[in-house]
Design a protein around this ligand. Structure first.
Ligand code: NDP
Length: 327
């Protein structure tokens, strides 16, 4: 049978993860990687994959079934998704939660016009976590939903500590507070702010002449980033940083605690523990590319979110097999 033909737009962490994820499927193949940089400067890991400048994407309209959009959420996707959704079926991992409604509207308009199917905000959060929040809330309306993130490397917070005077390198992990998780699992339904639920742990390589006390003070009092949180700062050597902190782990928990009947507590819990955030996120994108392709064949045009997609649409297995082995 014919394979689903994919393109990747943007060759960063997610784009690289997408190459690996496509390789693990039997029903999809990668046609090309599109970039805003000079394609010659992209060091693509597989030999038989072409790198193409993004301005030539339109020429591939008939050769690509679905584009995996792997650009950044801050400035790339708000521009790239509507633009490409006019010509291609797309899947992206837009994760600026507060702006999803306006993003959806602009992508929906483009995809409706182009008779394409554009699945937005796919990944783990938003994505798999969103599905689980909705499932739990639908099933146990008399309850509360909690999301904990981590242990995870936060890019934004790591960048923030690297800008502090005297810091040579630094990484920041967000770690869920064990005590807060326990209270939720106990069914206490506590009121918890993000700062109650998480602590921030920083590993810093200081410049030789740096004042370490001053670094700790600057980091722990930084508004928006650290001031409201319990923050630990640990100084380490460059060798330790290389050895212990070069991966991009992430994950977390969605926990819903609800009551039914005569005050029976029901705990719904979903968790992920990821060694590589971008490789996992790209794997989710690739699975949803199947859904974009299939929905488009059914003339279901416009922007969609994970809420609109039935699980069988993302599976490589037939419905017969799913009923027999997975139900
Ligand atoms: P990157 O910063 O690695 O890549 C973003 C873009 O920057 C790329 O598409 C690429 O575009 C460009 N780029 C990458 N490397 C370089 C370089 N060396 N020099 C110049 N430009 C470069 O971001 P990630 O891939 O890590 O993440 C992408 C987005 O995915 C994030 O913004 C985040 O919002 C989202 N995300 C969502 C998750 C979810 O669960 N929903 C989970 C994880 C991430 P080009 O090739 O065109 O230059």
């Amino acid at each position: 049978t014919k394979k689903i033909k994919l393109g990747i737009v943007g060759y960063g962490n997610l784009g690289k993860g997408a190459v690996e994820a496509i390789n693990q499927t039997d029903d999809m193949e990668l046609v090309a990687i599109f970039t805003r940089r000079d394609p010659k400067d992209l060091h693509v890991s597989s030999d038989n994959v072409k790198a193409i400048h993004i301005s030539d994407a339109e020429k591939y309209k008939d050769e690509i079934d679905v584009m995996l959009l792997c650009g950044g959420s801050a400035t790339d996707l708000p521009e790239q998704t509507p633009e490409l959704a006019r010509m291609f079926n797309t899947v992206d991992s837009y994760d600026t939660h507060a702006k999803i409604p306006e993003f959806y509207a602009s992508v929906h308009q483009a995809a409706t016009k182009g008779n394409t199917t554009a699945i937005i905000s796919v990944g783990w959060d938003p994505g798999l976590f969103s599905i689980n929040r909705v499932m739990a809330d639908a099933i146990l309306p008399n309850g509360s939903t909690y999301t904990f993130w981590g242990k995870g490397l936060s890019q934004g917070h790591s960048d923030a500590i690297r800008r502090v005077n005297g810091v040579k390198y630094g990484v920041q992990y967000t770690i869920p507070t064990e005590a807060a998780i326990q209270r939720v699992r106990n069914g206490e339904n506590p009121e918890l702010s993000n700062a109650d639920k998480h602590k921030r742990v920083c590993y810093v390589v200081a410049e030789n002449d740096a004042n370490k006390e001053e670094i700790v003070e600057t980091i722990t009092t930084m508004p928006n980033y650290f001031a409201d949180y319990t923050t630990e700062v640990h100084f380490i050597t460059e060798e330790e940083l290389q050895r212990d902190h070069s991966k991009a782990p992430h994950g977390g928990f969605v926990i819903h605690s609800g009551n039914t009947g005569d005050n029976h507590n029901q705990i719904y819990e979903f968790s992920l523990k990821l060694d590589s955030n971008p490789e996992f996120t790209a794997s989710v994108l690739v699975a949803y590319a199947r859904a974009a392709y299939r929905l488009n064949k059914e003339n279901q045009y416009g922007a969609k979110t994970v809420y609109d997609i039935a699980p069988s649409y993302i599976s490589q297995r037939s419905n017969e097999e799913l009923r027999r082995d997975f139900l």
